[in-house]
Design a protein around this ligand. Structure first.
Ligand code: ADP
Ligand code: GLC
Length: 486
């Protein structure tokens, strides 16, 4: 029997241990999906307190010197909760020992030592895949995710005898991981890597660019985003490089974890339900209204939104939308956190519409599930969206998504046009322009369909029947790994 393909999946977050957004969901779910396909997949994570506290871990290597780090680094090993996928954890209290958000301090600002934190993490990832590995287990593929791991592709590329191939997955091109060029010495990379054909990016070092330039292959999380990032508008300054490397670039749509996101078994919601038994959904809505202090209005639909509050997500269009649709029959529930000015703007709006608009600031996983289960519609007016997971969770929960046609949203939601309604393919509502007018018109269209309960139910069932599990996408990753090794 052929030896199993060995994969090291390096990520700065992985659900259920640490998550700030979709990267955490993907890193928690893709490796187990690959394990099911026969891959020897292992995860590499920084040793944040939430990881060290949650897992029984064994020290497999101690006192490693990585990039002359002030303090020696230990390598621990354990198993992910639920999936049981093996995980290596990089232990260094001075680098990863802070409580809270993995990238930011309690002031909401990026940590001052992020350059060192993610250089050490990436250096060790490359070491584990390279010729000077401290472990006997050596991966065939080093799979990197976003800027936090990008440098590893450069380290691996400069390892003359290495066998492993690197794959750089872009979850969000807007985070370039830029740091001042004087750090180059500390990074122990050759001086000539600091150039356009290397990791230089507008006179800074970009960890993401290191990944995009040096990785053997680049993937991004939807086919549409793979096309969009080759153009200046969404290329975030990398479009030239991505266009040059388009034959090494593929878009593989994210899946969703159908165990974590399943209305029939979800333990975080009050009433379980399925496409055949939708009554539980209505009960969840009543419970959610009560919990959020929204008025009890059984005939009026509830629109939900769960999101990081950043420019990317188009939340700034919401106030004008609420004004334009002042008289329309719906309620709105938003859960989110992030940009302080957006938080303030939304808080003022919510205060002016008690009973109609509820805003919960912060991060709350249980409430995220309850909104998916209790809402009738789900808003995602994103300016760009590499993939987006919430629209897929929404469809699975019979909560019809209202999305802007961009990236993964365009690839996953089928607009309820007359044709799509007729041929039974509609799963949501899609609009083109990033404007409050277009968003309002689209939501209005959704509300008119809601007035036809039989048609609504049919579309709900169509959405719930869509298969967004990881299996198909995991197969595509496996094909890609095999091609790279052939
Ligand atoms: P992104 O990664 O850009 O934030 P995705 O749609 O891919 O967008 O994934 C977001 C993930 O983070 C989803 O699982 C969503 O439920 C979760 N999430 C976002 N904001 C919050 C929040 N405030 N509370 C709980 N979960 C959140
Ligand atoms: C990013 C993107 C999001 C994507 C997620 C997981 O955070 O913003 O669209 O779904 O990564 O790939």
């Amino acid at each position: 029997m052929a030896r199993k393909l060995r994969l090291l999946f390096a990520s700065s977050e992985a659900h259920p241990l640490v998550k700030t957004g979709g990267l955490g969901d993907v890193s928690g779910a893709l490796p187990p999906a690959l394990t099911k396909l026969g891959v020897d997949a292992r995860i590499l994570l920084p040793g944040y307190p939430q990881v060290l506290d949650a897992l029984p871990l064994r020290r497999v290597r101690r006192d490693l010197s990585v990039l002359n780090s002030q303090e020696p680094v230990n390598l621990l090993s354990g198993k992910m909760p639920d999936s049981g996928v093996p995980v290596y954890v990089v232990e260094s209290p001075s680098l990863y020992g802070h409580e809270g958000n993995p990238y930011q301090g309690s002031d909401g600002k990026d940590r001052a030592d992020n350059a060192q934190r993610f250089a050490v993490f990436a250096r060790l990832a490359a070491q584990l895949a390279g010729t000077d590995s401290p472990l006997r287990w050596c991966p065939d593929i080093l799979h990197l995710n976003d800027w936090q791991t990008g440098l590893a592709a450069a380290y691996l590329a400069f390892d003359p005898a290495r066998r492993a191939k690197s794959v750089m997955s872009v979850h969000n091109l807007a985070f370039a991981g830029t740091f001042p060029p004087h750090l180059l010495g500390e990074l122990e990379l050759p001086w000539y890597s600091y150039q356009m054909h290397g990791l230089e990016f507008y006179q800074y070092i970009s960890y993401l660019k290191a990944g995009l330039y040096y990785a053997d292959h680049i993937t991004t999380v939807s086919p549409s985003y793979a096309e969009e990032i080759q153009d200046p508008e969404l290329g975030a300054g990398f479009h030239g490089l991505l266009h040059d490397r388009h034959s090494d670039l593929s878009g593989i749509l994210n899946g969703i974890d159908t165990k974590v996101w399943n209305p029939a078994t979800d333990s975080q919601i009050k009433h379980r339900y399925s496409a055949a038994r939708l009554a539980g959904k209505t009960k969840n809505r009543s419970a959610l209204r009560k919990h959020l202090g929204l008025s009890d209005a059984p005939k009026i639909p509830l629109v939900g939104m769960v999101t990081r509050l950043t420019d990317q997500k188009g939340v700034d269009l919401v106030p004008a939308m609420m004004k334009a649709l002042e008289q329309a029959p719906f309620q709105l529930a938003i859960l989110g956190g992030g940009d302080k000015s957006i938080e303030k703007q939304l808080a003022a709006l919510a205060a002016s519409m008690p009973g109609r608009f509820s805003l919960t600031l912060g991060y709350d996983e249980a409430l995220a599930h309850q909104i998916e289960a209790g809402a009738d519609l789900f808003l995602m007016p994103s300016r760009y969206e590499p993939c987006g997971l919430n629209q897929m969770y929404s469809m699975r929960y019979g909560t019809l998504p209202v999305v802007r046609s961009t990236g993964g949203l365009a690839d996953t939601v089928t607009d309820a046009t007359p044709e799509a309604l007729h041929d039974g393919t509609a799963t949501g509502f899609v609009f083109k322009e990033a404007s409050a007018e277009a968003l309002s018109a689209c939501l209005k269209r959704a509300l008119s369909l809601y007035a036809h309960p039989r048609v609504w139910r049919r579309v709900q069932k169509q959405a719930m029947a869509r298969d967004f599990g990881w299996e198909q996408s995991a197969k595509r990753y496996l094909e890609l790994y095999r091609d790279l090794l052939a």
